[in-house]
Design a protein around this ligand. Structure first.
Ligand SMILES: *[C@@H]1O[C@H](CO)[C@@H](O)[C@H](O)[C@H]1NC(C)=O
Ligand SMILES: *[C@@H]1O[C@H](CO)[C@@H](O)[C@H](O)[C@H]1NC(C)=O
Ligand SMILES: *[C@@H]1O[C@H](CO)[C@@H](O)[C@H](O)[C@H]1NC(C)=O
Ligand SMILES: *[C@@H]1O[C@H](CO)[C@@H](O)[C@H](O)[C@H]1NC(C)=O
Ligand SMILES: *[C@@H]1O[C@H](CO)[C@@H](O)[C@H](O)[C@H]1NC(C)=O
Ligand SMILES: *[C@@H]1O[C@H](CO)[C@@H](O)[C@H](O)[C@H]1NC(C)=O
Length: 682
């Protein structure tokens, strides 16, 4: 997602290639009457009463790992930051080692006399080679504290604590410690337990449940382990983990995972994108290091976020989440290219292809050694998915030189031979990618660029199914930036007009759902901690205790919750580029008509929907959903989380809608609005 995709689809389709200078600053001026309600409709839609095509479109979600502290520090519920002392001091560009040098970053002593040191001796495991020795004045208390990921929000739910400890001298000893959650000045204790740590020279795992008696009013809190009495020889500690209750038995943070569940994604692309590739070849997503006991997961250098990829939200954890959401994974497979521009040479690709095959056997086999390994990690049933994507954005940078030349074909041939049932999605069709059965295209734009793009969507080539698994409005378009990524118009949070442009795109994809198979907003997660964010805007912003649903989130919600199965062709009386009203009509699994209408104008607009083929719309059992706002630049933020909140009704038409005796629907769309109406078709 590192640069603008004037993508294959865009190139193939756009009736007018995005030309920044020609993009007008405000939403296009409109020709229709402002006082529409009392006059003739701005647009009349003649909608076929019978479907013409099956829609394959299913809403996607993309779990882009380790950007914006959105997975480690976000979706992954782990509270402790740098839990195994792996964070690099500075992991940017120049520090590409696959295994970190480690640090005590984010840890502090609980007393002035505490001394913390990082020790490579007596490693817990080869994957977690460093640990912390807590020592200091032998006669004073000593201990170690962690502030979480940009703070800890203390709730009164039970938290599962585990850590490993040993005696630093190797001599058997008992160290009584207090373990708890405290305000960061220790003036307040939310929960505290005394534990006699019976230590030896061997690492032992200690576990307990901490249930705070009161919740915190802010996030300025720490977790700490400190000796109840004198420090003496202190203690050595590693892999300190504190988990609040998680989503449905997964390792995911409840509010974030629930928000994703609520949009009802059909597909979940995971893991990655850039995080799949790694900063360099040694730091690629080697799935074997992202399964099994946490103590055997070394993690690796992250691609966007500073610190460390713990891989705690690993391959199975991600697959489990997709399954809990009722979605199918679209599994990203590393294709031998990493972000520093290096590609694995053709002659050395073998082990990476074998690793991909092993990964697929591990996830899909019903019996045999891979299935047994999976079972040993707690999952006997194979996972179920039909699509994988080979690589990530292989049109970008130097990737294009080798993808079509040998990487795509090498992975495709090997995988197709052993897993003929899988559809292989290419990450680009450029540069001679032969025989691809599907492509993943990405698009980041201004609102008007996206509105313009939708003009060409009906004439999309029907050759290759399109998965648009990264799409977002990222720039207001108000400052005419020549670079929408770095110009002043770059959005901090999704806006109303941006979300409406995304809705127009989704409407275009859905009414062309015979060829657009999916679309996913990217990125989803943004930790709002200081310096935690590398990419804006994002669908869900959060801190340790709070989450905000953006306007873009609500549009995804509407498309996920009111899906269609079949497409009903519609001819609008006015082209969308002059009406600035966007549409999709289809029937759902109950055979009801689902109408999605986006009014991107500053004034209300009346539209009429006439259904042909002798069919009539009926209002009994009608449902509606609507999002609207007065200010197109309005965004939901942590300080104003509910600036724009949609309304839904499970009985009846929305305000301003009525059915005619001829079975047609007349509806006044509010300014800057997206509306979904479901009506039985008789
Ligand atoms: C339904 O109406 C459309 C035009 O509105 C027409 O093209 C189509 O043939 C009709 N289908 C049937 C089954 O009558
Ligand atoms: C620590 O305690 C021991 C035993 O009580 C005592 O002998 C020693 O002087 C104390 N050391 C300091 C620095 O206070
Ligand atoms: C992936 O990691 C495993 C475990 O560390 C290692 O044995 C294997 O060689 C790695 N695969 C490749 C292709 O580097
Ligand atoms: C952006 O471009 C439009 C059309 O060329 C122009 O009318 C507008 O003043 C420009 N806005 C800014 C902020 O430069
Ligand atoms: C955020 O990053 C800036 C620039 O690197 C730095 O000056 C600042 O101290 C950082 N703030 C925090 C709270 O880490
Ligand atoms: C609207 O789109 C149509 C079809 O793509 C095109 O022919 C026409 O020129 C466009 N009109 C405007 C005003 O952009």
């Amino acid at each position: 997602m590192k640069s603008l995709s004037l993508s294959w689809v865009t190139m193939a389709l756009a009736t007018s290639i995005f030309s920044i200078s020609s993009v007008s600053a405000a939403p296009a001026a409109t020709t229709s009457n402002a006082n529409a309600a009392s006059t003739s409709p701005a647009v009349t839609y003649n909608v076929a009463g019978k479907p013409s095509r099956v829609s394959h479109f299913g809403l996607g979600a993309f779990i882009e790992t380790n950007i914006n502290s959105g997975t480690d520090g976000g979706l992954y519920a782990e509270i402790i930051r740098n839990r195994a002392f792996q964070d690099n001091v500075n992991n940017q560009a120049n520090q590409n080692d696959a295994l970190g040098k480690g640090s005590l970053l984010h840890w502090s002593g609980t007393s002035q006399s505490t001394k913390l040191s990082l020790s490579p001796d007596n490693a817990l495991s080869s994957a977690l080679p460093q640990s912390a020795v807590v020592s200091g004045d032998r006669n004073q208390s000593c201990g170690i504290a962690n502030p979480g990921w940009y703070g800890i929000s203390v709730t009164t739910q039970p938290h599962q604590l585990s850590f490993y400890a040993r005696s630093p001298t190797g001599q058997a000893t008992t160290v009584p410690v207090k373990i708890g959650l405290y305000s960061n000045d220790y003036s307040k204790t939310y929960t505290e337990q005394t534990m006699p740590l019976k230590l030896t020279g061997e690492w032992q795992k200690f576990e307990t449940t901490l249930t705070p008696s009161q919740a915190s009013s802010n996030n300025n809190n720490v977790f700490a382990i400190k000796t109840t009495g004198a420090c003496r020889d202190g203690f050595q500690v590693n892999l300190v983990s504190l988990l609040p209750p998680t989503y449905e038995g997964t390792v995911a943070r409840q509010d974030l995972a629930q928000a994703l569940a609520d949009i009802k994604p059909v597909y979940v692309r995971l893991p990655g994108g850039n995080d799949l590739e790694g900063n360099n070849i040694p730091s690629w997503f080697n799935w074997t290091n992202a399964v099994g006991d946490l103590k055997n997961r070394p993690g690796r250098t992250p691609t966007w976020t500073s610190g460390w990829n713990t891989e705690g939200l690993g391959l199975m954890e991600l697959m489990d989440l997709a399954e809990k959401w009722g979605a199918q994974a679209v599994l990203g497979i590393y294709a031998g290219y990493s972000l520093n521009g290096e590609a694995v040479p053709k002659s050395q690709l073998g082990p990476y292809i074998q690793s991909a095959l092993n990964q697929l056997h591990f996830l899909l086999d019903t019996s045999g050694s891979w299935a047994e390994l999976r079972s040993s990690y707690g999952r006997s049933e194979p996972y179920k998915f039909d699509q994988i994507e080979i690589g990530n954005e292989d049109w970008l940078g130097a990737a294009i030189n080798t993808y079509g030349a040998y990487r795509w074909a090498a992975f495709r041939d090997a995988i197709a031979k052993e897993f003929p049932q899988l559809t292989l999605i290419a990450s680009t069709l450029k540069n001679g990618v032969e025989g691809a059965k599907a492509v993943d295209d990405h698009m980041y734009s201004t609102p008007n660029q996206l509105f313009e793009f939708t003009e060409g969507m009906d004439s999309t080539s029907r050759d290759v199914p399109i998965w648009e698994l990264e799409i977002a409005v990222i720039n207001s378009g108000l400052t005419n930036d020549t670079d929408i990524y770095s110009g002043p118009g770059r959005l901090q949070h999704p806006t109303l007009i941006g979300a409406l442009a995304e809705a127009a795109f989704l409407a275009g994809a859905e009414r062309n759902g015979d060829i657009f198979y999916s679309a996913a907003y990217a990125p989803i997660f943004q930790n709002e901690g200081p310096n935690a964010t590398q990419w804006t805007p994002d669908m869900l912003s959060f801190n340790a205790g709070q989450m905000v649903k953006s306007t873009s989130y609500y549009i995804q919600y509407a498309w996920g919750n009111y899906p269609i199965k079949q497409i009903h062709d519609a001819s609008p009386s006015t082209p969308t580029n002059s009406s600035h009203i966007y549409h999709s009509f289809g029937s759902n699994s109950q055979g009801a008509l689902v109408a999605k209408l986006v009014n991107a104008n500053a004034e209300q607009r009346t539209v009429k929907v006439q259904v042909g083929n002798g069919s009539k719309l009926s209002s009994s059992g009608a449902t509606s959903w609507q999002m609207q706002g007065k200010n197109p630049q309005q965004a939901n933020t942590l300080s104003n989380p509910n600036a724009i909140v949609p309304q839904s009704s499970s009985s009846g038409l929305p305000k301003g809608a009525s059915l005619g005796s001829d079975g047609s629907l007349t509806m006044t769309l509010p300014p800057y609005s997206a509306t979904v109406v479901t009506l039985p078709l008789a």
